[in-house]
Design a protein around this ligand. Structure first.
Ligand code: GUN
Ligand code: ZN
Length: 438
């Protein structure tokens, strides 16, 4: 792949990004920055600024002309499982049966280094082909699968947060570690990858039912010991799961509290789902700074429930959006946002294009503590950029042709577009995806 077009290029298109959280209103306030037909300047992988014309640019700037297309910061997917591309779109189950029937058998394949490497490369390339330049990712319990995933992200210059999955009970033997092996493997992986290039390590507790108290304690100990570690897990996704956690941890006030008691909640904690929470849980999330990775296509597909975004935000807690493939049905963050709109609509809440796109870009960067690096088209940020067609085909073209205001246009795009609209993706200024049809 010819990754680097030039160390210095100007990209022409309709630039859209956010300077702050736009809130829930439809009017594009100061937080929405739309610069139609501008040139975005990129040098040495970093955004340098933007101009309304290229008149001031000398011949040292390579021109990449995507006029008439939309340029957004690359999407950030805060919760996705690399090995689960193999089980996406599996029929007929809710969470616990889905894990046992499809997911656990598929994840066992990743014990094999060749499978792990091929799967990791396929996954990273698929993320890029969907316009996702950065992600918080689960591999499997196998050290080799975490190694392969982090290596594949590193080779592509992607910002990735990942770590070997911790699970020492309630799963098939081929997917179990022990407290000792998990600690040893995690330490080795941290040594090799944490803070290397654009990578960070996450203590990855699959979910409370698959870790013993001793393993949760070990994870908490490493969180305290190693600066900058993330934590990722699942919480309160499905009612039968919540009930099971109540039986497994009878002394603990709530599912979320299991993680809190073991020192696993904090600003770098990313918990998927958070559907079945109460007010005390929401207050705990707000107090610790931990974020919920809302995964709408997964919640609909597995019949898990409807996520209460406003209640969490009103409580002061932080929310990002995620594909959760393979419970989720698409790696596309555009499709994910379209599903998020419908989940909110079922509860009488309307997700604007501004709030949705902000949450999948700058908002996610902010909740991960990485907004100094990515998530916007601000000068000084890494050039993680995606170039999108506004419409493909008669239906989308007609809808955009009759759209009046900017929100109507962008909302129609968020609802109708998908990964086929991606023309080109850049990671740190290097072209990592280019659609064959141009
Ligand atoms: N809870 C525990 N493991 C998983 C998983 O792989 N996917 C989802 N959606 N929920 C989980
Ligand atoms: Zn998940």
């Amino acid at each position: 792949m010819t990754a680097v077009p030039s160390s210095k290029f100007a990209l022409r298109g309709d630039l859209l990004d956010f300077t702050a959280d736009p809130g829930w209103g439809i009017e594009p306030g100061a937080a929405v920055r739309f610069r139609p037909d501008h040139w975005l300047l990129v040098e040495d992988g970093v955004i340098r600024g933007a101009h309304s014309s290229d008149a001031a640019l000398d011949a040292s700037w390579t021109r990449i002309d995507h006029r008439g297309r939309l340029v957004l910061p690359g999407f950030v997917d805060t919760h996705v499982h690399a090995p689960q591309l193999d089980v996406i779109a599996s029929f007929g189950t809710e969470l616990l049966d889905w894990l046992n029937t499809y997911t656990f058998p598929a994840e066992q394949r990743y014990a094999d280094p060749h499978e792990a490497q091929a799967g990791a490369e396929r996954f990273c390339d698929a993320l890029l082909a969907h316009g996702t330049t950065s992600a918080v990712v689960f591999p499997t319990v196998h050290k080799v699968s975490a190694d392969a995933l982090l290596a594949a992200a590193h080779a592509r210059g992607m910002r990735m947060v990942a770590g070997k999955v911790l699970m020492d009970r309630n799963a098939p033997p081929g997917l179990l570690d022990t407290v000792e092996s998990a600690e040893r493997d995690s330490r080795e992986l941290i040594e090799r990858w944490h803070g290397r290039g654009r990578l960070a390590y996450a203590m990855t507790v699959r979910f409370a039912p698959t870790s013993t108290v001793a393993q949760l304690e070990m994870a908490g100990r490493l969180m305290r010991e190693v600066p900058g570690l993330y934590m990722q897990t699942h919480v309160a996704e499905n009612r039968a799961e919540v009930e099971w956690v109540r039986e497994l941890f009878p002394q603990t006030r709530s599912y979320l509290d299991v993680y809190h008691r073991h020192g696993l909640l904090g600003k770098r904690a990313v918990l998927a789902h958070g559907i079945w929470l109460d007010d005390a849980d929401r207050a705990l999330l707000a107090a610790t700074g931990a974020q919920i990775a809302h995964s709408p296509s997964s919640n609909l597909f597995l019949g898990s429930g409807l996520f209460g975004w406003r209640a969490l935000e009103d409580a002061g807690a932080r929310v990002s959006v995620a594909s959760d493939v393979g419970g989720g049905t698409s790696l596309s963050m555009i499709r994910t946002l379209a599903e998020a709109y419908k989940v909110q609509a079922l509860q009488g809440v309307k997700l604007t294009a501004w709030k949705g796109l902000y949450t999948a870009t700058r908002g996610a960067a902010l909740t991960l503590g990485l907004d100094h690096e990515m998530g916007s088209l601000e000068a000084g940020r890494m050039a993680d950029l995606c170039v999108w067609d506004w419409a493909l085909g008669a239906v989308g073209e007609r809808r955009l042709a009759v759209a009046t205001g900017l929100h109507e246009r962008v909302f129609a795009w968020m609802t109708l577009a998908d990964e086929r609209h991606l023309a080109q993706a850049f990671v740190a200024g290097a072209s990592r995806f280019r659609r064959e049809s141009g």
